[in-house]
Design a protein around this ligand. Sequence first.
Ligand code: NAP
Length: 298
Amino acid sequence: MKKLLIIGGSGFVGANLAAMAKTDWQVTVTSHTASVITIDSVQVVSMDITDRQQVFDVIENIRPDAVIHTAAISSLDACIEDRDRADRINTVATADIAAAAKSVGVKMVFTSTDLVYAGNRSFYAETDDAKPSCYYGQTKLAAEQAIVDSGVDYAIARLALVYGRKLGPQNSGVEALLANLAAGKSFAQFSTEYRTPVYVEDLCAVLVEMASNPALSGIYNVGSPQRVSRYEFAQILARTFGYPEELIKPGQVIAANFKDHRPEDCSMNTDKLKTALGRSLSDITEGLIKIKRNRHAI
Ligand SMILES: NC(=O)c1ccc[n+]([C@@H]2O[C@H](COP(=O)([O-])OP(=O)(O)OC[C@H]3O[C@@H](n4cnc5c(N)ncnc54)[C@H](OP(=O)(O)O)[C@@H]3O)[C@@H](O)[C@H]2O)c1
C-alpha cells in the first residue's frame, strides 16, 4: 500500500479524510493539541507544524507517497486577533511543509479556501484575481504562493464551506444546526453570505484523488455547483430532516460583532474540477440526504 501523511488529522476535514483514505492507503495523521479519534490501522504522530525541524523529521521518517496538509487556524477572528500566530501557522508552516515534501520528492495537497476571493460577486473561477478581504484569506493566499514558489509537485484545493458529520472533537456547523432544530429552537442564519458548500465526503474523495492523480495538479475550486446563502442552506437542512423551516430566521451581518470583514459572496465556479473529475459534486440536498442516511454515525 502507498503511504499517505495527513497533517491536521485531529481536525474536522483531516479526521474524515483519514477515515476515507485508509481503505487504499497506509495512513498516518498528525495531531497537535486535540486528540484524534481512533481509526483502525491509522497511525497517529504528534507534530507542531510551526516547528520546522519537526516537520522535516516527520516527513523524512515516514517518507510518504503524498502529503495532504489540512492544519490551519481558520477562524477569521482568531487570525486577525493574533496576526503573527496566523502567519506562522497558516503561511510559514505551509512553506516549511512544502519544502519538506519537495526534499523527499512527494506531492503536496493543500486545503486553501474560497475566502482568497474578495467576496463581492458570484461564481469566482480559478482564473479570477484572488484578493482576500479578510486576514485569514490573506494568510492562505500567501501559503498558496509559498507552495508554488517552493517547486514542490502540488494540488491546491480552494474549499468552500465544508459540511458533514464530525468524527472527533471538532465543531461541525450542521450538527449544531440540527441540535437547535431538534430542540425546536428558533435561530437566525445570515441571508447575505453566499457560498457553494461542499459535502465533506465529496471533498475527501477529491483530496485523495489529488494525492494520487498527476493530472489533478495546480489550483482547483472545490465546492458544490449550488450557490446558497447560509439562511437557504439551513432551510434545505430543515426540509431534508423534516423540521419546521419557520424556526430559521434570516439574519444580517452586523459588522460590529466581528473583528474582521466577512466576505459576502465567495461562491465559486467549479467547472474546472468537474471537467477534471468527469463528475459534479453533490448539490446541497444530495449531500444532506447522505448525512441523513448515516445519521446513526453523527
Ligand atoms: N471547514 C471549512 O468549512 C473550511 C472551509 C474552507 C477551507 N478550510 C480549510 O480546510 C482545512 C481544514 O479545516 P477544518 O475545518 O478541518 O479545521 P479544524 O477542524 O479547525 O482543524 C484544524 C487542524 O489544524 C491543526 N493545527 C492548528 N495549529 C496547529 C499547529 N501549530 N501544529 C499542528 N497542527 C495544528 C489542529 O490540530 P489540534 O486541534 O490537534 O491542535 C487541527 O487538526 C484548513 O486548512 C482550513 O483553512 C476549511
